[in-house]
Design a protein around this ligand. Structure first.
Ligand SMILES: Nc1ncnc2c1ncn2[C@@H]1O[C@H](COP(=O)(O)OP(=O)(O)OP(=O)(O)O)[C@@H](O)[C@H]1O
Ligand SMILES: [Mg+2]
Length: 470
């Protein structure tokens, strides 16, 4: 964390103090970073607020049912359509679903307009997204050395080829498990792999005997700290012997396999092995290549080496797709290896893109609508907006003064939840410039003057009729 220099005097708006502002944090804090799941009880009921979600209970419960269906693999080839006014949490719900499914289920998000690329066919973009949403769980049993590192000493020797510099001649690694400790003398190439994984003493790793590939599992429990939030994953000390047979599970998506086979490369990891399934020097993913990959995958599934894990494709702003894409989507949904599809849109009755006269609900043709389960998101009450604002402030590490939440809730009710949330960060900058540690009512007032909400801007325009004569 960077420290916050205190600015005691009031400064002009354009004289921002360096480095402390949200720009430095922004990689971690996105507009949905408070969403951690759907916040459902084990029985599938939505709690009033949970996992970062406030209200919207019906839609959350509906999404919970879909999560259960996906987990029990009964939803593939179907689609969930989230509809509702802008800023009512459709994108947030889809992310909630992805959190609930966990990292093991592939989740491939895209926006409708992504299909309009100058280089790739529209349908190709969709096809690729679908391939990226189908995972393949590959189980392998391998001879490995696994344990917590107790010692990591590279031994250097004079380099025989040049007078200067030294090279690592071998490396001594001590590995500890519950059962015992073992000291290994390893080849310098393995030392390189160790360096690449950035492991240090106290990490739990395994080294594949055959390939010498090194994989870091996590940090040993013994080193666990008491921070509430951390990027580190702690793992228990491995059981059994240091040298053992271990079942390794890897998840790759069909999209990864396509890409790897289009651009074969060398290496020690599973991707490079899978990358040479189809022997050729191709550089483009073609339909033929996909079929070949499918065939090999099918073979693996039949042998019991691999298992298909259908994931989720999320297409936000689905009204941006055109009629060609929609018909292709219908076909994709019906293909035998289809992932679950989640669509979201904020349109009401709208023209289907690419047609001149087909008006249909949500800008989605009726034949696709027919294949969808539709979930509507509701608007928010002032109280709920206040709670979301408070939640965001906590996530962004902002302190709010007396009455600020209420004021923002009123603003949010008048315009939109999103507008209220958007005022937070600039207001915090203003507070900081004014030398305050928390956002006060006056900051919000000033923000209201500096930034218009959509409705005010629209009514201003309607009154003055500006900007029309360009
Ligand atoms: N019920 C909720 N609880 C907590 N945060 C919410 C809730 N609903 C929306 N938000 C937050 O409000 C903001 C706007 O929501 P979101 O982007 O999901 O809206 P949307 O329905 O996708 O809108 P659009 O139609 O414009 O794409 C996001 O930061 C989101 O995380
Ligand atoms: Mg959205």
């Amino acid at each position: 964390m960077t420290s916050t220099p205190s600015t005691s005097t009031r400064v002009a708006h354009n004289a921002l103090p360096p480095s402390t502002l949200s720009a430095g944090r922004s990689p971690q804090i996105s507009s949905h970073s408070h969403i951690k799941g759907l916040g459902l009880t084990p029985e599938g009921f939505a709690t009033v607020s949970g996992a970062g979600f406030i209200g919207q209970t019906n839609a959350r419960e509906a999404c919970g049912v879909v999560v259960d269906l996906i987990k029990s693999r009964k939803f593939s080839g179907r689609a969930l359509l989230l509809v509702g006014a802008p800023g009512t949490g459709k994108t947030a719900l889809a992310l909630g679903v992805s959190h609930e499914l966990g990292a093991k289920v592939p989740f491939c998000p895209m926006v409708g307009s992504e299909v309009y690329s100058a280089e790739v066919k529209k349908t190709e973009v969709l096809a690729e997204a679908f391939r990226r949403a189908i995972g393949l769980k590959i189980k392998e049993t391998k001879n490995v050395y696994e344990g917590e590192i107790t010692e990591l000493t590279p031994t250097e020797a004079e380099n025989p080829l040049s007078g200067y510099g030294k090279t690592v001649s071998h490396v001594v690694v001590g590995l500890k498990t519950v059962k015992g400790t073992k000291q290994l003398r390893l080849d310098p190439t393995i030392y390189e792999a160790i360096l690449k994984e950035k492991v240090v003493v106290g990490d739990v790793i395994y080294i594949e005997q055959q390939t010498g590939a090194v994989k870091r599992v996590g940090r040993s429990d013994a080193y666990a700290s008491s921070y509430d939030l951390e990027a580190e994953t702690y793992v228990p000390l491995p059981k059994g012997d240091v040298h053992k047979l271990k079942e390794l599970v890897q998840i790759v998506t069909l999209g990864d396999l396509d890409a790897a086979n289009a651009r074969p490369q060398g290496g020690q990891d599973i991707m490079s092995v899978m990358g040479s399934l189809v022997k050729s020097g191709r550089t483009e993913v073609t339909e033929k290549l996909r079929r070949e990959v499918n065939k090999v995958v099918q073979g693996y599934v039949e042998q019991g080496v691999a298992e298909v894990v259908p994931g989720v494709v999320f297409i936000d702003e689905v009204h941006m797709l055109d009629i060609e894409c929609f018909t292709y989507l219908n076909a994709l949904l019906e293909s035998p290896m289809a992932p679950t599809v989640i669509l979201a849109t904020n349109r009401g009755q709208a023209l289907v893109r690419g047609t001149v006269d087909i008006v249909s609900p949500h800008g989605v043709p009726v034949d696709l609508l027919d294949r969808c389960m539709i979930v509507k998101t509701d608007g928010y009450t002032r109280d709920q907006i206040g709670k979301v604002v408070q939640l965001r402030a906590t996530v962004e590490g902002l302190k709010l003064g007396e009455g600020v939440v209420d004021r923002l809730a009123v603003e949010g009710e008048k315009s939109s939840l999103r507008y209220a949330l958007q005022l937070l960060t600039p207001a915090s900058i203003l507070a900081q410039l004014g030398g305050r540690t928390q956002i006060e009512l006056e900051d919000i007032g000033e923000m209201r003057v500096l930034f218009l909400d959509a409705k005010t801007s629209a009514s201003n325009l309607a009154e003055s009729g500006e900007f029309n004569d360009v």
